[in-house]
Ligand binder design. Sequence first.
Ligand SMILES: Cc1cc2nc3c(=O)[nH]c(=O)nc-3n(C[C@H](O)[C@H](O)[C@H](O)COP(=O)(O)OP(=O)(O)OC[C@H]3O[C@@H](n4cnc5c(N)ncnc54)[C@H](O)[C@@H]3O)c2cc1C
Length: 419
Amino acid sequence: MKQYDIVIIGGGPAGLAAAVAAFDAGCQSVLILERDHCLGGILNQCIHNGFGLHTFKEELTGPEYAERFVRQVQERNIEYKLSTMVLDISPDKVVTAVSRNEGLLELQAKAVILAMGCRERSRGALNIPGFRPAGVYSAGTAQRLVNMEGFLPGRRVVILGSGDIGLIMARRMTLEGAKVLAVAELMPYSGGLKRNIVQCLEDFDIPLYLSHTVVDIQGKERVEGVTIAQVDERRRPIPGTEIHYECDTLLLSCGLIPENELSKGIGVDLSPVTNGPVVNEQLETNVPGVFAAGNVLHVHDLVDFVSQEAANAGRAAVAYINGKKVQQNAVPVTFEGGVRYTVPAAIRPEGVEDSVIIRFRVGDVKKNAVVKLLLNGELVLRKKRPVMAPGEMEELKLTRQQLEQYPDLQTIHITVEEA
Ligand SMILES: Cc1cc2nc3c(=O)[nH]c(=O)nc-3n(C[C@H](O)[C@H](O)[C@H](O)COP(=O)(O)OP(=O)(O)OC[C@H]3O[C@@H](n4cnc5c(N)ncnc54)[C@H](O)[C@@H]3O)c2cc1C
């Protein structure tokens, strides 16, 4: 069986950044396994700009951003296998994969980095009534059809869900000559970035109906119409508020779910909120030597944070194979005030190199808020946030120096309060 120090599952931005950082930290036995026929992950279909503002201080398209990391991988001669789908990872880190060229592969890894990204919530998971005609697509599938395969999936379009992919596809379909009639969003706020609401809907006069959902899809062979209705605070449709659209396409942009079948198979603990692995400050799961980064861990808003996080996972995996052990118990990160989860979920101060970034999301829109981080009940960080929204990731940076002030650290607590 071929052996590698680090096997990385997924060649998207997370897998690429993890591989480069692991190599630069001194590990040359790194392998990336990617099921698609090219590296780059979901970025290959994101041909709009807006990527890399933090990392490169430039506005790049998705493929341009991916290309910069692919080049770094190639310059270092890091090995990767394309068209290779990982089927299983055993707890002792034997990776089983099937490759178009090499058939069934079994590889022994010392450390594994999970970087499989996420998938879109499907119609089945959404329970939308009506027939099952052609013309109902997830927004990401439509994006791939338009941007990579050269097909326009429809001409008159309604979009359910205002996550970033839905917003971006509203603009994309409009630019390709389709008429986007409306975007309906179940929640009273959008799940997407503010900049995407402005640039993708408002600039093209596409109406956004908050607190609305699809209550019927008409058409037997092909979508012929879609009816949306307003919902009450318990998300039940309000009779009499229906709006009907004659259209041939419904796009669904109703959330992303981390691709965690492999993680479950190894015995990795998953968070019920993110559906991604529960990790410590080194992005290591409960299975020693198995790390996670990128959208498989929690769904990110910006790819720059994916690359940053994955580089940390790459370095941590190298420390692990070099035998660097942290004996300290982890202190769980607790929270209140509408915070839904944190990554990492627990911190061992000794495992923090210079600093640890704690990322989280809130469950509701908050205005004029202040985020506080307390160690053993004492205020250590305070950050004013004029607006916080569920669609945008928040972060706090805690330094090792700050942690060292509390040698008997018992609690790490985050609260969001009104300023
Ligand atoms: C439509 C859309 C628009 C976006 N717009 C922006 C934007 O404007 N700005 C921005 O900064 N970010 C944006 N993002 C976010 C950004 O693209 C993601 O955060 C980033 O791509 C996540 O990287 P990842 O490596 O975790 O996942 P992915 O890019 O999804 O890569 C995961 C890789 O793992 C592979 N894989 C999965 N399972 C297996 C397996 N079993 N075996 C082998 N390989 C496997 C997949 O094929 C894939 O290549 C957007 C995302 C989408 C979907």
